[in-house]
Design a protein around this ligand. Sequence first.
Ligand SMILES: Cc1cc2nc3c(=O)[nH]c(=O)nc-3n(C[C@H](O)[C@H](O)[C@H](O)COP(=O)(O)OP(=O)(O)OC[C@H]3O[C@@H](n4cnc5c(N)ncnc54)[C@H](O)[C@@H]3O)c2cc1C
Length: 391
Amino acid sequence: MRTQVGIVGAGPAGLVLAHLLARAGIDSVVLENRSRGYIEQRVRAGVLEQTTVDLLRENGLAQRLDREGMVHHGLELRFAGRGHRIPLSELTGGRAITVYGQQEVVKDLVRARLEAGGEILFEVDDVTLHDLDSERPAIRFRHGGGDHELRCDVVAGCDGFHGVSRPSIPAGVLTAYEREYPFAWLGILAEAPPSSEELIYCSSERGFALHSMRSPKVTRLYLQVDPAEDLANWPDERIWEELRARFATDDGWTLADGPLLEKGITPLRSFVVEPMQYGRLYLAGDAAHIVPATGAKGLNLAVADVRILAEALEAWYRTGRTDLLDGYSAACLRRVWRVQQFSWWMTSMLHLFDDQGAFDRRLQLSQLAYVCSSKAAATSLAENYVGLPYV
Ligand SMILES: Cc1cc2nc3c(=O)[nH]c(=O)nc-3n(C[C@H](O)[C@H](O)[C@H](O)COP(=O)(O)OP(=O)(O)OC[C@H]3O[C@@H](n4cnc5c(N)ncnc54)[C@H](O)[C@@H]3O)c2cc1C
């Protein structure tokens, strides 16, 4: 088998890349180790930055997103029993976020790619990368009961944090920068109408909580929990009680509840490898970096990476120029570190830390009050949250 760009992973990074390359007349094959049904049901992120929505729209991939996505012009910061609205659009010249589940983005991207005759192989096994430092790298894998080799010009490693691409790079090439947080998020999806039209980031004396949504009938809620927490300790009623306690306001705000459709615990982590390239292998998205979900950036950062990669590959195929490909890692890392800082800052401001004393808590509350009362501070949060057009 032969293609121009071999893409490992059909998450947002791999699928968006396949579309951008196709638009530039560049062939690709996407290899995914899960089934189509699995990746289309996998509940993860749900906040799309303005830049991500614009890119999907420019590429004709946003018809359903435009119909069903929920455009939000503000968000709420809630602490000390009161809510404070940050008017995102007013502070950023009209930019906004759109709430639309990652699994819906994936469904749209897969369908559009297959309808356009694109090649996505699902349920591939034993993917290994070879000759990455040569001009003809190869991807070997098992599919449909047989062994295959895909020869290509370039490999895009879009296979997430636990994929094979990053570990295929020889030891000593990459430097990893990492921070673990002393908490995780217990996330639920509930068949209940959202209790607020906008997202609520709540810093309570019992820990952080987030109110989000996926549709007018489905709410997504998160609780800060211990990273070693066992889901078995969290029967549904305990989750609702804890959510009610954390979101409680002085004016008696109420949280609508309903049957749980899904629940899970996700650790919070900051992680970056530099560089995001080795030979003809280019890493993109979670394969190269992880951000704590508080900034709602993981999916958006994955899309930002592959936009840069697609532009660099297009320039290379069209004119033979290599400077954009050579600068791929540096160009991505500028945004990666901006987003890392923002995500760390949001996380640090909103969560309770184990070793935190009363002094540190007062600093957090003062920071929150400042963000809610200063236009300059609120604008800084808003422009990062809706996504900076340039970094
Ligand atoms: C459990 C979880 C929950 C999350 N929740 C949130 C959230 O609530 N809010 C938020 O903002 N962000 C969240 N994120 C982050 C966000 O979903 C990711 O940043 C985003 O999915 C990154 O896209 P990606 O394409 O880089 O990687 P992924 O979406 O991880 O896609 C990688 C793809 O590669 C495939 N793959 C892996 N290994 C191989 C292999 N060996 N061979 C072939 N294919 C392979 C995987 O099956 C997957 O389809 C969450 C992430 C995870 C993992």
